[in-house]
Unconditional design. Structure first.
Length: 758
């Protein structure tokens, strides 16, 4: 599809289902982040961006401009559109009817999202969001630091109160405490704690020795008791053979350990193991009491020896701990008995040291307890000093920190206020400007209808809320969606979107209007067309698609400025053929085409097209001059009726003036280039009017008698009338009444007299 470089409006007409929205969607997919009309649907499936039966690699959108070629394809594994290049794409604003309905009827927040694509303050809002996060963080941090500061002050005050308010003044006491040097106390405390720790370790070993010694004494007494009982038994039983019992026990142990025995191990007589064991067990049983006493002695001896060895193993660790304690204790000048301890360790063995240590342990314990109490006092003093100093330093640090945070917090709040106020003022200013544009456009479509005064404004209670108000006759500031008709809301939405797009455009935006007009009457359609043509100069190109046939016919019959647009028509879409571009022609061009060459001549088509076009021109004249016509239900007046409604008085004065054109392209108001009366041309047409019905409308015998030359004359007379009335600049008829004396075209090239029928 080749777009005209000479005309910045393209109108594509097609009945529904022939692909006009697909063309608009292709531009939207290529040049915006959206997917065109598919974005307006619920439950949408983006896999249908491509044609039925096509793979992702088949899709290609290509746009060639004076600057470069832009392409878009589909990702092989997803429905993501890949653009090449990604920068420098033409700016496109696409408007579809669904967007108009949505914008008017949606919530203020949803309406603001639409606005945000035209007035982008997202970076400012992002900055506001970050500032709000910072303020929240600062507020929280300030609160935490203030609490910590209060806690530190309360801790110092509690210490002063518990110490019974020394110096009588809190500040003086704090200053005196933080000036103290407690390094000597801290060192003494360290040495004292070392002595106490060594004493604790020594006491642990001493306790272990005492425990093991108690166990050993018990085991030794048990052994002595067993010996005593055996001796008493032997006195009562002088014939008891202790040695024999011992031999028998050893023999039993020997036999039990052997797998097989066939001789006595003592006398070497033949005998088996079981028999020998039986004899040994029998003899031992007869010596049961003696055996029991003997076993008691043996077991108690083993236990005694084991505990003795364990006790001896504790003596060496004791000596090591004692030396460690002594080495720490001698460093304390006020610790008594350190010389005595040193003498003991230097002159005695480890075992003797233990005994001698026990002699002085009570005195040492008393001395250590005195040291521990002293240490508690010193420790309390050091801890108290450290606490005072630590809290005082925290107070200084937190006071400075709170001051900095408070200053930063207030600055951030002030910055947020400035940012929000600036954003709101900027958007308000933009909305006032847009509202003025919308009002101007809306009044152009709906003059003197009691509607309008449209206002777009922010609800400042919320960050993203766009409200809409308008007037309705005697009521002001109403919500238009409450009382405006559907067509009035449609045109309001159209005006708003054009105004928004215009705001963003520096004559570099492509404006797409995709089927935005559904059904409007003739007058409002003319005004919508006029509005679009007036605003087209603000855009790089205006792309219009419509299925509304009256819009098409306004251009085809020169009732709209058809010389300023590129007019395309789509026909008969099918799966096999896809989108088909027809060769649409303006009706006047179609008539001229049939006359341009003998091989193009077609009697019926030429007669029919001429008759229809002539009816359109006469309908225009009859409407402008309010000519009398019989009322008909459908206003479907025939060619004869339209020709006959022009009165004789009107035809006498009916004329056109062609104005002289200046070098700047404008037309001189006072310089008439040519003046022509229309009655001769209309009379020619009246003489040939029957041709329309006889040849171009019905099959009749008389129609076959009409010559080709008569048909050509009928067409040429119509062309002559059209050439007199149609503006050579924009292709419109003289339908404007600015002077109060005549009708004129928009360009001023042609004037039609009179203004009203005489």
């Amino acid at each position: 599809m080749n777009f005209s470089q000479d005309k910045n409006i393209t109108l594509i007409y097609a009945e529904n289902g022939n692909g006009k929205s697909s063309i608009a969607d292709a531009l939207a997919c290529l040049c915006t982040d959206g997917a065109g009309s598919l974005d307006d649907k619920s439950n949408k499936d983006y896999s249908f961006l491509k044609s039925l039966g096509a793979s992702n690699s088949d899709l290609l959108i290509e746009l060639k401009t004076d600057a470069q070629t832009f392409k878009a394809t589909l990702s092989a594994n997803s429905n993501k559109i890949i653009k090449n290049p990604t920068d420098g794409l033409p700016k496109v604003k696409a408007l579809r009817r669904a967007q108009i309905t949505s914008f008017i009827e949606d919530t203020p927040s949803a309406r603001y999202k639409v606005l945000s694509s035209f007035i982008d303050v997202s970076n400012i809002q992002k900055s506001e969001g970050e500032l709000k996060k910072l303020i929240t963080t600062l507020d929280k941090e300030l609160g935490q630091n203030r609490k910590s500061l209060l806690d530190a002050n309360n801790t110092l005050t509690d210490i002063w109160n518990k110490e019974e308010k020394p110096l009588g003044n809190f500040k003086d006491w704090v200053q005196s405490e933080i000036k103290k040097n407690n390094s000597k106390l801290a060192e003494d405390l360290k040495e004292n704690n070392s002595v106490l720790q060594k004493w604790s370790s020594l006491q642990s070993v001493v306790s272990s020795i005492k425990t093991e010694n108690a166990k050993y004494v018990t085991a030794k007494n048990n052994f002595l008791e067993a010996e005593k009982k055996l001796k008493e038994y032997q006195l009562k039983n002088p014939n008891s053979e202790t040695d024999l019992l011992s031999v028998l026990n050893e023999t039993r142990k020997f036999l039990t350990a052997k797998t097989e025995v066939d001789k006595c191990p003592v006398c070497e007589k033949d005998n088996d193991k079981q028999e020998l064991l039986k004899n040994v067990d029998g003899r031992i049983a007869k010596m049961q009491e003696l055996n029991k006493l003997t076993q008691a002695i043996n077991s108690s001896k083993v236990e005694r020896d084991k505990l003795y060895n364990r006790l001896q193993g504790q003596i060496e660790p004791f000596n090591t701990q004692l030396i460690g304690f002594k080495n720490s204790a001698v460093k304390l000048p006020d610790f008594e008995f350190t010389n005595k301890l040193s003498e003991i360790l230097e002159t005695n063995t480890t075992k003797e040291n233990y005994k001698l240590f026990n002699d002085v342990s009570l005195k040492l314990t008393t001395e250590v307890e005195k040291l521990s109490k002293h240490n508690q006092t010193v420790n309390k003093s050091v801890v108290l000093h450290n606490s005072i100093k630590s809290n005082y330093e925290s107070i200084l640090k937190l006071t400075k920190k709170c001051s900095e945070l408070d200053k930063l917090f207030n600055q951030a709040k002030a910055a947020l206020g400035i940012l929000e106020d600036t954003r709101k003022k900027f958007i308000d200013s933009e909305l006032v400007s847009i509202s003025d544009e919308v009002e101007t456009m809306y009044q152009e479509i709906h003059p003197n209808e009691g509607l309008g005064n449209v206002k777009l404004f922010l609800n400042h209670t919320f960050q993203s809320s766009l409200n809409l108000s308008a007037n309705f006759h005697t009521e002001s500031n109403i919500t238009p969606q409450s009382v405006y008709s559907e067509s009035h809301l449609d045109t309001l939405g159209l005006c708003i979107f054009i105004a928004l797009a215009k705001k963003e455009s520096n004559k570099d935006v492509i404006l797409i209007l995709d089927d935005v007009v559904m059904s409007v009457d003739e007058r409002h359609l003319d005004r919508i067309i006029s509005l679009i043509h007036n605003e087209a100069k603000n855009f790089a190109h205006v792309f219009i698609s419509t299925h509304y046939r009256p819009w098409r016919e306004r251009y085809r019959n020169n009732r709209a400025p058809n010389l300023n647009i590129q007019f395309l028509e789509l026909r008969g879409w099918s799966m096999e053929r896809g989108i088909t571009i027809a060769k649409p022609q303006l009706v006047l061009d179609e008539i001229k085409y049939y006359l341009s060459s003998p091989e193009f001549f077609h009697r019926e088509n030429l007669s029919g097209a001429t008759g229809r076009f002539l009816e359109a021109i006469l309908d225009f004249l009859s409407f402008n001059f309010q000519s009398r016509l019989k009322r008909k239900p459908g206003n479907d007046y025939t060619l004869s009726e339209l020709l006959d409604c022009l009165s004789k008085d009107l035809l006498k004065v009916l004329k056109v003036q062609r104005m002289a054109r200046l070098e700047d392209g404008k037309f001189c108001n006072n310089n008439v280039d040519d003046e022509i009366f229309l009655k001769p041309v209309i009379d020619e047409i009246k003489n040939l009017k029957a041709i329309r019905n006889q040849v171009g409308a019905h099959f009749t015998f008389d129609g076959a008698l009409v010559s080709d030359s008569d048909i050509e004359d009928f067409a040429k007379s119509t062309i002559k009338l059209a050439d007199l009335l149609v503006c050579p600049i924009n292709g419109t008829l003289p339908d404007r009444n600015k002077s109060g004396s005549y009708w004129e075209t928009k360009s001023g090239a042609i004037r039609l007299f009179p203004l009203i029928e005489p």
